[in-house]
Design a protein around this ligand. Structure first.
Ligand code: PEP
Ligand code: MN
Length: 338
């Protein structure tokens, strides 16, 4: 249930709404907007509660039931676009923010080379996996804490923030110590223990869409992060499973405008895992920017032939630099910049 306060509602009036909800053993989340405060009343039995429970209180303008399963990520709760700020870089504003780097951290040399290349080409955040959720237990699983240390060293050297995946709910504190942004992988989108711990950490997070999950399930997963008070949430469309097997996954381009309509959260696109092949990445990346994506997450490897993971879909530094040039004019045509 969403309680919208009148413009200029007093702190006492807002508190009365909060206290009323608490007396009914319901949870609340406040969106202290610039002109109007919105109070989300959360709990499994709000459906039975008459809207008058809150409508009668002084300072309340309207009470609406949100019929969708997701609440805090909805536009009903927050009409204005949310901005996520990572070391001064805003995601969700006019700039299309590019995060790029190797699928996995393999060595200091590899990461240094990748960081130099992506930064030079205009990327503002370095990606690199230290914990790799692999489909097979026999595949390379990442350098783990050694990989995190390398990410921290390279961040220091180039002054570039880093995004890296956390797989185990118990590792959230460890990964958050090294990373600027935590990534929740597609296979973990509904790992609710992981989401809750990341929510508690308040660390900025990229929440990838589960490749067999609907947009509603994705936004409801985002609510797990928001419910813990972490509002630094970035959604990432990375392709879904369809009957089409000529590419690795099918990028759901329509997810971008659907998210923009239904949610206030920024949404970025990972063209690499959707494409599965380097030759398809540029077209998908350009389409994403044209469709309104707030950023891109792209795999770039200094030497894709030697990559331990996802070499086939990784761009070389020169292909990435070319793509960045091309993205500039696409962004401009939709009123953005790279
Ligand atoms: C990745 O970003 O390297 C990755 C494993 O992606 P996804 O979770 O989307 O498969
Ligand atoms: Mn990968």
């Amino acid at each position: 249930m969403i309680v919208e306060m009148i413009t200029g509602a007093t702190p006492e009036e807002i508190d009365a709404v909060v206290q009323r909800a608490k007396s009914l053993e319901l949870d609340v989340q406040l969106n202290l907007g610039t002109d109007k405060t919105v109070v989300a009343i959360l709990g499994s039995n709000t459906g039975q509660l008459p809207t008058d429970t809150f409508a009668v209180l002084p300072g309340v303008e309207s009470v609406t039931r949100v019929m969708k399963p997701y609440k805090l990520s909805s536009r009903e709760f927050k009409a204005k676009d949310s901005l996520v700020t990572i070391s001064g870089i805003e995601i969700g504003g006019k700039r299309v923010v590019v995060m790029a780097g190797p699928c996995a951290v393999e060595s200091k040399e590899q990461l240094m080379e990748a960081a130099r290349a992506v930064k030079e080409a205009g990327a503002s955040i370095l990606r690199g996996g230290a914990f790799k959720p692999r489909t097979s237990p026999f595949s390379f699983q990442g350098l783990e804490e050694v990989g995190l240390e390398l990410l921290a060293q390279v961040r220091e050297h180039f002054g570039i923030p880093v995004v890296t995946e956390v797989v185990d709910p118990h590792d959230v504190g460890l990964v958050a110590k090294y990373a600027d942004v935590l990534q929740v992988g597609s296979r973990n989108m509904q790992n609710f223990a992981l989401l809750t711990n990341i929510g508690k950490s308040k660390c900025p997070v990229v929440l990838k869409r589960g490749f067999s999950c609907t947009i509603t399930e994705w936004l409801t997963a985002a609510d797990y992060l928001l419910a813990e008070g972490n509002n630094q949430v970035i959604l990432c469309e990375r392709g879904i499973r369809t009957f089409e097997d000529s590419i690795r996954f099918s990028l759901d381009i329509s997810a971008i405008p659907v998210i923009k309509r239904n949610s206030h959260l920024p949404v970025i696109v990972d063209p690499s895992h959707a494409a599965g092949h380097y030759s398809l990445v540029p077209a998908i990346a350009k389409a994403a920017v044209a469709a309104g994506a707030d950023g891109l997450l792209i795999e770039v490897h200094p030497n894709p032939k030697e990559a331990l993971v996802d070499g086939l879909q990784s761009l070389t530094p020169s292909a990435f630099a070319r793509l960045m040039e091309e993205l500039g004019s696409i962004a401009k045509s939709v009123g953005r910049y790279i």
